[in-house]
Design a binder for this molecule. Structure first.
Ligand SMILES: [Zn+2]
Length: 446
């Protein structure tokens, strides 16, 4: 079969197999109503907890919320008993790489893996992420256009996973964080050579083109790499990798198309360039200084600081082939990033929860909460960074991020008090997405 014929065959089979929960509405049957009994509710509209609350879910959305004394549950209704749990909005990770695995740091995988390998990993990783309580993610960097396809497959009900706000590959300068560096010029791994894999762009014209091309193929968000990185070869995390003019053109092009733009930036100057260019979130922000924090506040730029994965990179990744160059770079930035996180929290900068999942194993996303609290947040602040603030950053506040009438029924529960011990989020006992239960250790359906 020619490639396009294979493509159409796949589309057809996806369409035929799709069983979206929303489809019950099309069949004429009334949407299903479920009553959740929440012992404690942190709805993420404030830092407060309410006790003995009933959440009424109709179809894929929340219909009403009220005290157990106010909401009458009809005889024979479907009831989920979470009366011994704390109920929260589904969590949101604003920085994942669902196509990546954390046990493949050996550089040989650059040449062994096919794009299909990564897509297959992504399907498994998406499920693990959802079962860990993350009902939405922003996926910020994979082969073209893995995240878009996965988003669609999950949306159609063919694969199980979180809602995905999908980017294309992170856009990089030649020789930058997104390029394959320090091999012979004869060495090349390319899917779309004429488009430089929708990833490598130099100068304003190429940057504008690659963003328009990514949008043409369905991305929700743009990811650009404004400084060097830790897990790339031959570049320095501290060094800027795009000029201010290139970043400004990138932000303007994305915004003109109604897309937000996230920038990978470790280095002090690259962070400022990205903020001043109008980029919506700074990923990593490791070496941000006081002026950078002030600028982020002034421009309303979110900081999305992945302060858990240092633990994994230093202790586990070397066992999986992490080259010494990358390990040394992580040692340079990891500790400073945590100190700067603390400064940014104290200064009141806008913070969202993003972990760089894929650098460490998917499903461990919630391990970052502990470090956010250790480095200056209250548990409520950390949870709001992963719910209401994250929803604001990804542009989905209308649908997710809080437990309120009208929003998607993306609801999780934990069995101990996350406001007393935020680590309780590392074990989520109940996960509902769009009114469908994907995990329930209580078995409490009446
Ligand atoms: Zn990343």
């Amino acid at each position: 079969m020619r490639p396009f014929a294979i493509f159409f065959a796949l589309v057809l089979s996806f369409t035929c197999l799709a069983q979206s929960p929303a489809q019950s509405a099309d069949t004429g049957t009334p949407p299903k109503t479920t009553y959740l009994l929440a012992g404690r509710l942190f709805d993420s509209t404030s830092d407060k907890v309410r006790e003995s609350v009933v959440i009424v879910v109709e179809g894929e959305r929340i219909k009403a919320i009220g005290s157990a004394s106010d909401i009458k549950i009809p005889e024979g209704a479907t009831v989920m008993d979470l009366s011994h749990s704390t109920v929260l909005p589904g969590l949101i990770d604003c920085h994942t790489h669902l196509g990546s695995r954390a046990d493949r740091y050996n550089e040989l995988y650059n040449f062994r893996d096919t794009p299909f390998t990564h897509a297959i990993f992504a399907v498994g990783n998406a499920r693990k992420t959802l079962e860990a309580g993350f009902t939405s993610v922003r996926d910020v960097g994979s082969e073209p256009f893995l995240a878009v396809d996965l988003r669609n497959a999950i949306g159609e009900g063919f694969a199980i996973g979180p809602r995905i706000v999908a980017s294309g590959p992170g856009i990089s300068i030649t020789g930058g964080h997104g390029d394959l560096n320090n091999f012979s010029p004869q060495t090349r791994v390319a899917m779309f050579p004429e488009e430089r894999d929708f990833q490598i762009a130099d100068g304003v014209d190429q940057v504008v083109h690659v963003i328009r091309a990514q949008i043409k193929y369905g991305v929700d968000v743009i990811k650009i790499l404004s400084t060097g990185g830790v897990l790339s070869r031959g570049d320095s995390p501290g060094a800027p990798q795009y000029s201010f003019e290139e970043l400004k053109a990138a932000a303007d092009t994305a915004h003109m198309a109604g897309r937000k733009i996230a920038s990978h930036a470790h280095g002090t100057q690259g962070i400022k360039n990205a903020i001043l260019a109008g980029i919506d979130s700074i990923e990593h922000a490791s070496l941000i200084d006081d002026e950078g924090i002030r600028l982020a506040k002034e421009h309303g730029t979110y900081l999305d600081m992945d302060i858990y994965n240092d633990e994994y990179l230093l202790n586990e990744a070397p066992k999986h082939g992490l080259p010494v160059e990358n390990l040394e770079k992580e040692k340079l930035v990891g500790k400073l990033q945590r100190e700067n996180f603390q400064k940014a929290v104290k200064a009141g900068a806008k913070m969202a929860f993003g972990t760089d999942a894929g650098v460490y194993p998917h499903g461990d996303n919630a391990k970052q909460f502990y470090f956010m609290v250790k480095y200056g947040m209250t548990p409520a602040q950390a949870i709001r960074a992963a719910t209401s603030s994250a929803a604001d950053l990804i542009g989905r506040s209308k649908d997710v991020g809080t437990i309120e009438a009208g929003k998607y029924a993306d609801i999780i529960a934990v069995d101990s008090d996350p406001l007393a011990d935020v680590r309780s989020l590392e074990h989520v006992s109940f996960v509902m997405k769009g009114g469908v239960v994907y995990k329930n250790e209580h078995g409490g359906v009446k």
